[in-house]
Design a protein around this ligand. Structure first.
Ligand code: B12
Ligand code: SF4
Length: 511
């Protein structure tokens, strides 16, 4: 096996994945594009999520590292358990190639660049979009030899450490001006690993744009891409990329953009081109509730849309204002009616536990959910507990309300969704957790067929108990919740024991 010039890892999100993901690590596949086309580099992308599903083998990563003398290693991470897994991989890289820089990029390092670069296993932080900074890092290493802590003053958009360990903050980068110049390098993964058959149709995700014209104050967008900034592939490029995946048998495209309707004219052109090219792929996408007027709902339904996801957040107008949602609850009722009229299914997601939320707000949201289900039974409702992610305006609100953020990178590993009790400003914690779990189990029961065979009966039992709770607003004695948490704790304990092995300097840590 020949060596690689660049080795990237997309760490797993959980200790064990139960379902194959439908999204490849898009960020890494796009960063790799310029490395390959501009510099002719040989790139290895390892998606750790596929490991416990038996689709990739850790030995391949180990072999790749041992046989290579790369220009850098790269880790991509969101906030959450990916951080811990990213550190495990970084430790292995440091041991194998002590003088090769380890670069971290992605949402979390961008939102908290200083805390990330302070970690001894991180040499460079990519702040924001990665394509140009990582290309320039590769060029620098190629030109003057691979060395950790070498002078990187001339690379925009990074944080780095010099030979004395001083942290340097370079000026912000200018992102790639024309996104049409960037491709998703599907050739670096096996696309089949991400194609999932759901309801007899082959599904695959794609991302066609970046940013969002809205300003919801809990969303990473405001800090990552800049408030209200939206750009995307041209409609022609979107269609040609979809043609590519349709050739692999994909019949249903999941648009995983933050907000694909950010430029409505572009979206209409995509739908026109779909028609002109006689393409019949079906699709789902996120949309704002207020857009779903009669005419627009008809238009997307005629254009192949089958499912939309709506970040509804709250059934309380007061809370929506606090979140800068720029939307009102009426819009959700309108959306549910029009979606029913054109036979579209939808997922509404809700945030519980936002700073300042009262019990009254919480029950307003519950009532809204029940109303929407009555109007349109083809709606799923996902309840999330608000996670104060760094770098967002609502994070500052949470801190004002007494939230104590982790002081070190590792601290962000704990999955916030399990951390409701730690959110000091959340009143009625037990009630909120019980409602959230009931919501999760109900949704799982509805989507039972998407889970592994052995999980399905569990979802049926838990879902049935939750439906009874939901109907009668009875949330005491949450035994089913405790059982699931215990299962999670066992998995987490397995994970912790692995980390102890790593910390004890065991060379087989990655094996
Ligand atoms: C797909 C997706 C997922 C997938 C993950 C697979 C994947 N491929 O990322 C799944 C479904 C598993 C997932 C789960 C969750 N997600 Co998610 N997800 C996304 C989504 C929609 C797309 C990610 C993506 O591919 N983006 C497109 C690429 C091009 O952008 P990118 O990844 O940021 O990469 C660019 C740069 O960041 C950088 N870069 C990234 N990595 C690296 C590495 C190196 C070395 C370099 C040089 C550069 C670099 O360069 C890339 C190109 O410019 C984003 C929203 C978004 N549009 O980004 C949310 C998002 C990342 N998810 C988010 C959240 C909150 C979650 C969940 C907690 C949701 C939930 N409540 O369940 C969970 C749990 C995540 C966890 N860490 O445990 C938040 C992240 C907040 C945060 N602080 O991390 C986001 C931003 C959504 C949002 N609007 O809030 N998610
Ligand atoms: S509409 Fe969605 S993507 Fe846009 S800012 Fe609000 S939460 Fe973020």
């Amino acid at each position: 096996m020949e060596g690689y010039d660049a080795i990237f890892v997309f760490p797993k999100l959980w200790e064990k994945e139960f379902n194959p993901p439908t999204q490849p690590p898009f960020g890494l596949l796009m960063c790799s594009d310029l490395l390959i086309r501009e510099e002719g580099l040989k790139v290895f992308v390892y998606d750790e999520r596929l490991e416990s599903l038996g689709m990739v083998n850790r030995q391949d990563l180990i072999k790749a590292v041992k046989k290579s003398d790369p220009l850098f290693f790269g880790i991509s991470t969101q906030s959450g358990p990916m951080i811990e897994n990213g550190l495990i991989a970084s430790k292995f890289f440091r041991e194998e190639c002590p003088d090769t820089p380890i670069a971290w990029g992605g949402v979390h390092p961008t939102l908290l660049p200083m805390q990330t670069i302070e970690h001894p296993l991180v040499d460079v932080v990519i702040n924001g979009e990665g394509e140009l900074p990582i290309l320039n890092l590769a060029r620098e290493m190629k030109k003057n030899g691979v060395r950790r802590n070498k002078n990187l003053d001339n690379i925009d958009g990074i944080y780095w450490k010099d030979t004395q360990g001083n942290i340097k903050v370079n000026k912000p980068q200018t992102p790639v001006p024309n996104l049409d110049d960037l491709n998703i390098r599907w050739d670096l993964v096996n696309p089949k690993h991400y194609i999932r058959e759901i309801d007899g149709k082959k599904n695959l995700s794609i991302i066609t744009s970046r940013g969002c014209p809205f300003r919801c104050n809990f969303c990473y967008n405001v800090s990552f891409y800049g408030a209200r900034k939206f750009r995307g592939w041209s409609a022609e490029k979107v269609i040609s990329e979809i043609k590519k995946i349709v050739e692999w048998g994909v019949e249903y495209v999941v648009f995983d953009d933050d907000y694909i309707f950010g430029d409505p004219l572009r979206m209409w052109k995509i739908l026109d081109l779909r028609k002109e090219n006689k393409m019949d792929f079906e699709w789902s996408a996120p949309i704002r509730g207020h857009l779903l007027r009669d005419s627009l709902t008809k238009k997307i339904s005629d254009g192949g849309c089958k499912y939309v996801t709506i970040g509804a957040e709250s059934g309380s107008s007061r809370m929506l204002k606090l979140m800068d949602k720029d939307s009102d609850v009426d819009a959700y009722y309108m959306a549910a009616k029009n979606l029913k009229k054109y036979d579209l299914a939808a997922q509404f997601s809700w945030i519980f536990g936002f700073p300042g939320e009262t019990k009254e707000d919480l029950f307003l949201t519950l009532k809204t959910i029940k109303d929407l289900e009555d109007i349109n039974p083809k709606t799923d409702h996902i309840i999330n507990v608000f996670a104060p992610y760094p770098g967002t305006p609502s994070y500052d609100m949470a801190v004002e309300h007494g939230f104590e953020p982790p002081k070190e990178l590792e601290g962000w590993t704990s999955n916030f969704r399990e951390q409701c009790r730690k959110l000091v400003y959340v009143k009625d914690k037990e009630l909120l957790e019980a409602i959230r779990w009931a919501g999760i189990f109900r949704a799982m029961k509805k989507r039972s067929k998407y889970y592994a065979n052995w999980v399905q009966p569990i979802t049926q039992v838990l879902g049935t108990i939750s439906e009874i709770r939901w109907k009668h607003d009875f949330y005491d004695f949450p035994v089913e919740q405790d059982a699931v948490k215990m299962g999670r704790r066992v998995l987490n304990a397995v994970m912790k024991s692995r980390i102890r092995v790593v910390n004890a300097d065991d060379e087989t840590s990655l094996g």
